[in-house]
Design a protein around this ligand. Structure first.
Ligand SMILES: C[S@@+](CC[C@H](N)C(=O)[O-])C[C@H]1O[C@@H](n2cnc3c(N)ncnc32)[C@H](O)[C@@H]1O
Length: 249
């Protein structure tokens, strides 16, 4: 797993996780069309404090829902009774149990996506359905550009839509529906964005020795290069994927 700091940020997460709320709703809408009448035993990967879990429970008739997350402080806040603190790369379940596996805003944190999909394949039933969204390359494009100029900050190494399509295919899943969508959120200023982003815990640990001079330079460049009408944009690229275990596999 790439270094991140979710555990420390559990209490603030939901307040500042604007984009995660937006993409969770969109994932739910897609699942609504594809999965609704065919979910008995659902597994949610990287469920965290439950932004997506709550939507799922309100809108789906989930007979059994099981949530897994690595961060103890996050999973503690999740209202689902059936929850496990654990690594989704080593799922603590027997083979062939879940007919549906879902996940929102989590897969970009997983370096070994093959290992994860193999685990999903293992715990999923023969025709297991898989639905997830993931942050893609191009997310934080503004921050990436300004980082290069100023040496401040670090952006998570995110992947392309093709990377997930290839890995799904190679790990026994046929993706039947997918698309990439861009969102731009506007913040009052760069510092406000950095504070809110840090409060979600979804940050990559940067070098501690980066001084204030670089921070000020980062703010200055970001503002000059991208601000419009006294607001600064932050770009997110999100991939949505729906699939199922390959028949006869
Ligand atoms: C951005 S949060 C998303 C949480 C939730 N799904 C949501 O929509 O708000 C990413 C979550 O993935 C979890 N996570 C990252 N790597 C994990 C791993 N290897 N095993 C289990 N959970 C993991 C983190 O602890 C965190 O709660």
């Amino acid at each position: 797993m790439q270094a991140c700091s979710f555990d420390k940020r559990a209490l603030d997460y939901e307040k500042y996780a604007k984009i995660q709320h937006v993409v969770a709703k969109e994932l739910l809408n897609i699942l609504d069309v594809s999965f609704k009448n065919n979910c008995v035993n659902i597994l949610e990967l990287g469920a965290g404090s439950g932004i997506f879990t709550t939507l799922l429970k309100q809108n789906f008739n989930c007979n059994i829902l099981t949530c897994v997350d690595l961060a103890y402080n996050f999973i503690k806040l999740n209202q689902e009774v059936n929850k496990v603190q654990g690594d989704i790369l080593h799922l603590p379940f027997k083979n062939n149990i879940f007919d549906t596996v879902v996940s929102s805003s989590t897969f970009q944190w997983i370096e070994d996506i093959k290992r994860l999909l193999e685990e999903v394949d293992r715990v999923g039933t023969t025709r297991c359905q898989l639905g997830f969204n993931v942050f893609l390359k191009g997310t934080f494009s503004e921050m990436g550009e300004v980082n290069k100029l100023t040496g401040f900050g670090k952006v998570l190494d995110m992947k392309t839509i093709d990377y997930y399509l290839t890995n799904c295919y190679e790990c026994n899943f046929d993706v039947t529906y997918y698309y990439e969508r861009e969102y731009i959120l506007w913040y009052d200023n760069v510092l406000e964005f950095l504070k809110q982003h840090k409060s979600t815990g979804a940050t990559v640990r940067a070098d501690k020795n980066i001084g204030k001079k670089r921070l000020f330079s980062f703010i200055d460049y970001y503002t000059k290069m991208f601000s419009m009408d006294n607001k600064i944009p932050v770009t997110y690229k999100i991939g949505y994927f729906i699939g199922n275990k390959r028949r006869g596999a």
